[in-house]
Design a protein around this ligand. Structure first.
Ligand SMILES: [Ca+2]
Length: 119
């Protein structure tokens, strides 16, 4: 775990360390991330995906379109019940065990950086 920040601050912190928020575009990456979080007892982390540009059109930070068929238990409903309850514009995402939940981008969340050039 690299800290607790808003989406933009987390992404910036990762980039200053030559990394990025998690980008999970293959079944192998998804499984690996879930196993890692479970093994470390980490409850939730921000991932590098938003629908800020076009509501409902989720894109990973590397430009890969989101493939919902690779996930089960998605909760991407534009509603973050933990942040300013009346506002429906949840455009960022946390990974919790096997599911993705959209959260407000200004909500501070635990995050973890990956460094793809080292993989
Ligand atoms: Ca949204």
């Amino acid at each position: 775990m690299d800290g607790i920040e808003t989406y933009d601050d987390a992404q910036r912190k990762c980039e200053t360390d030559n990394g990025r928020l998690l980008v999970l575009t293959t079944a192998q990456q998804i499984k690996g991330a879930q196993q890692y979080l479970n093994s470390k007892g980490i409850n939730r982390v921000l991932v590098g995906m938003t629908d800020r540009v076009t509501e409902g059109l989720w894109m990973w930070s590397d430009g890969t379109p989101f493939d919902s068929t690779m996930w089960s238990g998605l909760s991407l409903n534009n509603y973050d019940s933990a942040y300013l309850k009346e506002i429906k514009n949840a455009d960022c995402v946390t990974l919790k065990s096997h599911s993705l939940y959209d959260v407000h981008c200004n909500a501070t969340q635990p995050f973890m950086c990956e460094r793809p050039q080292l993989v």
